[in-house]
Design a binder for this molecule. Structure first.
Ligand code: 13P
Length: 249
């Protein structure tokens, strides 16, 4: 089956509201004719400005994290219900930086995904192995386990609407990209794991992106592989012209 390509920028902790507005103004004409889906995952502080500025464009807006509870005494957190209330469509869940620095676990990832769906948000769920795990030959085990635990208890329909981003940690922000064949093989393993639990028909619908030092020079090579359905782009999503080249690979 033909899956769409989804290119998402993850700005991480970058871009002030005025910079976000300028970026969107510059990006809009550069990506208006693409048939690929374009998403910008921006810091909480930029969400409202970004949403206002993508009206009447084909650019969609996502957050980079959320809490799994709807409300309550969780100082500093933002809930899925809050994101939805201002019109956010996507949310990154379980990015490796959150797993590494902010105590995100497979369990919280699963709770957040369920809460995202309960609030009509589409999750972009990140999985990926460390260099050490790869060198020990544990790569497939790690990413399939992360995938299985992330989607545990979802309905088949929810799984179909989950975007998975395979981001090998050693490739993030390092300039080292997985080879396209290597990334494609890992993504096939993730798809097989989904099929084991939800059947092939569901697994074939799931968008699985590659992330880790994606740039305009390697986007085409990666995104034209059989199982790579686009990318989650960090550093190269901070310049509109460069990000547009990736979208229009
Ligand atoms: P880079 O593209 O900067 O390597 O970051 C990838 C990433 O973590 C996207 O979520």
């Amino acid at each position: 089956m033909e899956r769409r390509k989804v290119i998402a920028g993850n700005w991480k902790m970058n871009m002030l509201p005025n910079e976000a507005i300028d970026f969107i103004t510059e990006l809009t004409p550069l990506v208006k004719d693409t048939k690929n889906e374009v998403i910008l995952c921006v810091p909480f502080i930029d969400l409202f400005y970004a949403l206002l500025n993508v009206q009447d464009t084909n650019i969609k807006i996502g957050a980079q994290n959320m809490h799994f509870e709807e409300k309550g005494a969780y100082t500093g957190e933002v809930s899925g219900k809050m994101l939805k209330s201002i019109g956010v469509e996507y949310v990154i869940i379980g990015h490796s930086e959150r797993r590494a620095y902010f105590a995100e676990t497979d369990e919280t990832v699963n709770k957040k995904i369920k809460s995202a769906f309960a609030n009509d948000l589409k999750p972009i769920v990140c999985v990926g192995e460390t260099l050490e795990q790869r060198e020990k030959g544990e790569q497939v085990e790690v990413i399939t386990k992360q995938t299985k635990l992330a989607i545990e208890g979802l309905t088949p329909e929810q799984v179909k609407n989950t975007i998975v981003a395979y981001e090998p940690i050693w490739a993030i922000g390092t300039g080292k990209t997985a080879t396209s064949d290597d990334a494609n093989t890992s993504i096939q393993k993730i798809r097989e794991e989904i099929a084991k639990n939800y059947g092939k028909e569901v697994a074939e619908c799931v968008i699985i992106q590659y992330g880790g030092s994606v740039k305009s020079e390697n986007a085409k090579e990666l995104f034209t592989k059989s199982d790579i359905d686009g990318g989650l782009v960090g550093g190269a999503s901070l310049k509109a012209e460069e990000f547009a080249k990736i979208v229009n690979y």
